[in-house]
Write a protein that binds this ligand. Structure first.
Ligand code: LMR
Length: 327
């Protein structure tokens, strides 16, 4: 009898062991953009590399285009453990840390290379940990690109934006940026933008070419001003309890993969935006306006007062470090 019982226990242990081996950790990676964008490509690359190297231990499921959670809900979903990875734009962390508002200051970065240099500084890397007290860990910065303004009328000078309704991401800096122009900014989830533009509920928006193209915003906006007035970048974030609860070797391998993917995304982001700019230009649906040096300088001057408003919250040291990254 006793032998049978022992055998049963041993068999039970083997079965449990087999079941454990057969049950990989599932990482749900939710985001709001299309697959053919820098973030979309990054998520798929992460999924592929994890399958190749950790396939028996970890499974990554990617949910693009707000199909699982929209941008208004994804942080909450991460906190609750409904998803394990998200990569919101840096404009969407307002509620969790004021420091990241630095990325929204208009005309702070000359180009995406300057953003890259700043993110690599100690201060930039430190910001990845700025939400740890809220239970979020930043695993890396992914680029999209510089933002362009779009509308149904040509925006050449700051006065042209006056009175227009612009969709903005949930960021108080972006709110201030349009308010100083005398425009009417409205916070809105990304998934709602196309329809709002199409129905005329809003007049304009701001986004890099990859989003303008993949969400078809260019089909419902007559003009795109190549303003390069701000940056749209991402932080890949995870839930600290989830991440720290992973076996050390698995976490280490995931971090290595994330670092590789980050390098790859940041190398290809510019090409994707250039490709999509060309597609928009070729479509003939929307005219791309380039600004003269004087026109750029007028926008810069008009938006500059926004900096002073947020300097206290962001910290002078952070703004200085960001500025020092310009060529
Ligand atoms: C937006 O809401 O405009 C962007 O943050 C979307 C994205 O994730 O690129």
């Amino acid at each position: 009898m006793r032998i049978f019982a022992s055998l049963a226990i041993v068999a039970g242990i083997f079965t449990a062991g087999a079941a454990m081996a057969a049950d990989p950790v599932v990482i749900k990676f939710s985001h709001v953009v299309a697959d053919a964008t820098p973030k979309g490509q990054g998520a798929l690359m992460f999924q592929k590399l994890v399958a190749e190297r950790l396939g028996d231990k970890v499974k990554v499921e990617v949910y693009p285009n707000s199909q699982l959670f929209g941008d208004g809900k994804e942080m909450e979903a991460l906190a609750l453990g409904d998803v394990q990875l998200i990569a919101p734009s840096l404009s969407k962390f307002d509620r969790y840390t004021k420091k990241l508002q630095v990325f929204d200051l208009p005309f702070l970065f000359d180009d995406i290379a300057a953003v890259d240099r700043f993110q690599a500084t100690d201060i930039g890397r430190g910001l990845l940990r700025s939400m740890e007290d809220k239970g979020f860990i930043g695993l890396g910065y992914w680029h999209n690109g510089m933002k362009q303004m779009s509308a149904n009328k040509p925006l050449r000078m700051p006065e042209d934006a006056k009175g227009l309704k612009f969709r903005i991401q949930a960021s108080d800096v972006l709110l201030a940026q349009f308010e100083v122009l005398g425009a009417n900014p409205q916070k809105m989830a990304f998934a709602e933008v196309y329809q709002a533009l199409q129905t005329g509920a809003i007049d304009g928006a701001e986004n890099p070419y990859s989003n303008l193209y993949s969400q078809k915003f260019f089909e419902v906006q007559k003009y795109i001003t190549e303003s390069n007035h701000g940056v749209l970048d991402y932080m890949v974030v995870t839930n600290a309890d989830f991440w720290n609860g992973l076996p050390g070797d698995v976490r280490g391998q995931l971090e290595t993969i994330m670092d590789e993917v980050t390098v790859a995304v940041n190398k290809m982001a510019n090409d994707i935006n250039e490709r999509d700019k060309k597609r928009i230009a070729d479509s003939g649906s929307s005219e791309i306006l380039t600004l003269t040096r004087d026109e750029v300088s007028a926008w810069r001057t008009a938006m500059k007062p926004v900096w002073a408003k947020f300097e206290g919250d962001i910290g002078r040291d952070v703004i200085d470090a960001a500025q020092a990254a310009n060529p």
